[in-house]
Design a protein around this ligand. Structure first.
Ligand SMILES: *Cc1c(COP(=O)(O)O)cnc(C)c1O
Length: 401
């Protein structure tokens, strides 16, 4: 047994707010009842606000983010279509693998793990594509394996400067509802997320937003699909219903999490909080003298920090000690980063105290694993930042004249 609460600092699943957890504790209900549609229609319109789109079609597939990846591809592309992708971490790698398995002709640009979408190189390839053979361009907005955020607006500019009309696919699984994401402003055609990251729910929903251009492409796309067929979903979704049994519990939780994000805290405030909390964690890491995987500060992710441990330390020891002795989960180093990196997930339902706990347990675990980090230094650096950047919690009351 273990005393006290355990701590979850992984970049998904994230901590579920108690109010969201309670909201899911409801009896089963009839998903064909006359009033069921009201619940889901409100979810669609709220999710449209979360991705900042006026007219995207929202799909909620039982599944996870990976299911939404597959739905996006199979509904809008044809077998053998040429697509432009880049690989710089485990998640962007997996998306390339999926695209290849589904029979796309993938032009992959390999980039160092620690850098992001190579916007200039995308622009060069798009400019060279005079016959418009590239049907889609993919961008992993936040590479969760390396803690790197990419410039999606830059990808849109690259497309526009070449007058290229490829569809723009964005993996926003660890950015949507936590890092600034602008579907309409950036001309994103397919935006993917899952329920268990910024939306602060259990896993179980693949969330997909499709632009009118993507919906148009879906009408003639010939890739095989059945369960994920947009047309079946859209027909039922129009009144708030589904072609098969939806996870109603998750919908009740989602209603409350969206209410927290959009109306109680506000989307801009949610994004600002993620930056503020992440910056404290980064300052803590710098005070240990350790490096992030992200190569440049323009890549810094506000939802996850991937930290390189000193050469003679095995990051797996840090993870094991944190978990076994301090009841704390950090993210592991994925694929080629195994043993070299551990990650602190700082997204979702999180506050200063939690980030300071993450830093302090990391200091203990790093020290026990043989890294010489000055105890308390990371915590103090984060505290300084949280002090200096504190949001005004009590609104100033200006006396009425
Ligand atoms: C978590 C994650 C995924 C995978 O999502 P699942 O919900 O686990 O299928 C894909 N891309 C990124 C960037 C992620 O962080």
């Amino acid at each position: 047994m273990r005393n006290g609460i355990t701590h979850l600092f992984i970049p998904g699943p994230t901590n579920v707010p108690e109010a969201v957890r309670q909201a899911m504790n409801v009896p089963m209900q009839d998903m064909r009842a006359p009033d069921f549609g009201e619940l889901t229609l409100s979810l669609f319109s709220d999710l449209r606000q979360v991705v900042r789109s006026r007219d995207a079609e929202i799909f909620l597939f039982p599944g996870s983010g990976t299911a939404a990846w597959e739905a996006a591809i199979t509904n809008t592309l044809n077998p053998g279509d040429k697509v432009l992708m880049s690989r710089f971490g485990q998640f962007s790698t997996l998306w390339v693998e999926m695209a290849e398995r589904l029979g796309l002709d993938v032009e992959v640009i390999d980039v160092a793990w620690g850098a992001g979408v190579p916007v200039k190189e995308y622009e060069r390839r798009l400019a060279a594509d005079r016959h418009g053979e590239i049907k889609a361009v993919f961008a992993t907005h936040n590479e969760t394996a390396t803690g790197v955020t990419s410039d999606v607006a830059g990808v849109r500019q690259a497309l526009d400067s070449c007058f290229h009309d490829a569809l723009l696919f964005v993996d926003g699984v660890s950015s949507i509802a936590s890092i600034d994401f602008r579907m309409d402003d950036w001309g994103v055609d397919l935006a993917v997320t899952g329920s268990q990251k910024g939306l602060m729910l259990p896993a179980g929903l693949g969330v997909l937003a499709a632009s009118p251009k993507a919906m148009e492409a879906a009408k003639s796309a010939t890739m095989r699909r059945a369960y994920f067929e947009f047309a079946d979903q859209a027909k039922f979704n129009a009144d708030g219903y589904f072609p098969y049994t939806p996870p109603t519990q998750l919908f009740h939780g989602l209603k409350v999490s969206l209410d927290r994000i959009l109306r109680q805290e506000g989307l801009d405030a949610v994004i600002a909080r993620h930056y503020r909390l992440a910056e404290g964690v980064r300052r803590g890491i710098a005070a240990w003298g350790l490096d992030l995987v992200a190569e440049h500060q323009s890549f810094h992710s506000d939802t996850v920090s991937a930290i390189r441990v000193p050469a003679r330390v095995d990051a797996r020891d840090v993870l094991r000690i944190a978990y076994e002795d301090y009841g704390t989960s950090f993210g592991s180093g994925l694929a080629r980063l195994a043993g070299k990196v551990f990650r602190i997930g700082h997204l979702g339902d999180l506050n200063e105290g939690m980030c300071l706990t993450a830093l302090s347990v990391a200091e203990l675990s790093l020290s026990r694993a043989g890294a010489r980090v000055p105890l308390g230094a990371g915590v103090a650096a984060a505290q300084e930042w949280y002090l200096d950047s504190a949001p005004v919690t009590t609104p100033l009351q200006v006396a009425a004249e």
